[in-house]
Structure formats: C-alpha cells, structure tokens
Write a protein that binds this ligand. Sequence first.
Ligand SMILES: *[C@@H]1O[C@H](CO)[C@@H](O)[C@H](O)[C@H]1NC(C)=O
Ligand SMILES: *[C@@H]1O[C@H](CO)[C@@H](O)[C@H](O)[C@H]1NC(C)=O
Length: 253
Amino acid sequence: MSVLSQLSSQGMTPSVFSHCLKGDDYGGGILILGDILEPSIVYTPLVPKRPYYAIYLQSIAVNGKILPIDPAAFKVSRGRGTVVDSGTTLAYLIEELYEPFIRAITLASSKHVTPVVSTSGNQCYRTSISNLAEAFPSVSLNFAGGVSMVLKPREYLIDGGYYNGLPSWCMGFLKAHKRLNILGDLLLRDKIVVYDIVGQQLGWANFNCSSPINVSVGIHERQRSDSSLLGGDMKFQHLATGVAALLSLNWVL
Ligand SMILES: *[C@@H]1O[C@H](CO)[C@@H](O)[C@H](O)[C@H]1NC(C)=O
Ligand SMILES: *[C@@H]1O[C@H](CO)[C@@H](O)[C@H](O)[C@H]1NC(C)=O
C-alpha cells in the first residue's frame, strides 16, 4: 500500500528509503526514496517477516563496559525484541534492560550529578556541569553483525529544566510497557537511517542533516534483477532514483 512499495513495484526506485532528522530545536530533515551513497553507514540485519522494522539488539555498554544482563532478555520472538520507530518520540527498554541500564548510568555519573525522580516518574539528574560529556557516560547499543549505535549524553538525555535551582537532565529511555524495546526519534536524529527492504537490513551513520546527501542515480543492479522477476519485460529508464524531499514536520520532544 505504501508509496515506496508502489514506486518500487513500478521500477521507479529500489525498495530502500532513508531519513535524516535534524536534532536541533526546530526539527525538519530529509526523506530519501531510493539508494544513497554514504560510505560510513553500518548495517545490521532486519528480523524477517515482522510488521515493524525489528533488529537484533545483543548487548548494551555504558562507558565501554558491557552490562551484565541475562542473554534471555535480548531474545527475539513474536511480540518481543527491538524495533526502530520514527513514529515514537523517545526510547523504551523492557524492564530487564531498563533497570541495569539506569543503575549503570547513575553509577557512572555519580561524581558530578544528583539523581532525582521527576514528577512524571522519569529518572532525572541535577548537575551544575554544562558539558554533559564530562558528567555522563557514553552508551553503546550493540547489534547483530558487530555494529553499534554509540550515543553521547546529549543523544540520550533530554532537558529537564531547573530542579531546585540546578539544571536537570532526564533519561530519554523509559521503561517499556510491553515486551518491546523501541528506538524512537531521540536516537534517530542527527543520523542517516537507511531502511533497506531489498537487502533486509537497517543502517545508520552520524550525519549533519542540514548538509546535502548524495543519492544514487540509475536503478541499482539488485533492483533490476529483483523487479525483472516481478515485472517481466519492464523497461527501466535512466531515472534519478533518489527522490529527496524536505520534511516540513517538526518532531517535538
Ligand atoms: C551542519 O551543516 C550546516 C550547513 O552545511 C552548517 O551550517 C552547520 O554548521 C553544520 N553543523 C554542524 C554541527 O556541523
Ligand atoms: C558526494 O559525491 C561527490 C562525488 O562523488 C563527492 O565529491 C562529495 O564529497 C560527496 N558528498 C558527500 C556529502 O558525501
């Protein structure tokens, strides 16, 4: 039903799309239908036959140290696992991951911050330090294929405003209500995120979404063979397969 699958079934674009969400306060970004040329993208396999873009989260590291979590907590099955969802604002972890994760962040930042719990029950931290990278650890989400999404404090914390006279920062990760980890916009901004449906993989690379993105011109080989299976004698024209559009939607925290 989607625009992408219609364009793709007519041989207009490969079944690949990407977005680049601007991480500043004004939102916006770029949506690309088709292949892009960006050498720094790393890929992890998609879980096959899922209604969402599901990937295999295998471990979480805080300041480079892998959290001791029972591997069963990362098990992927129907209704369980990790999905990437640009329609979700923040990030969610199931309880078995959330609790040790918050404990590790709190421990690693204890020298410079005071943990507080916000009125909505979120874990927040008061700190007088303005350079967040000094006060908070880096986080690495590690996925199948040996690739990681590395998050700086600014990429997983949200501004909590003043709390008893000091600036506070709140975790952008919340406890999931269901058995699903969700990686929402908070983690997807300032990156190119590639949904490669043909190749059954999801990729990302840090990127300044105000900069232009190189797109591939011409139908990709894999799509040619793919579509000739479907479309018989379908004739490919030399089309610019990257269709870039500016997103006018603001994403709002
Ligand atoms: C991102 O790119 C824009 C346009 O090229 C530039 O003005 C801006 O300074 C860049 N931002 C960063 C953080 O590099
Ligand atoms: C886009 O491609 C051109 C030609 O290959 C290259 O010179 C340029 O650096 C690329 N730009 C980006 C942003 O990767």
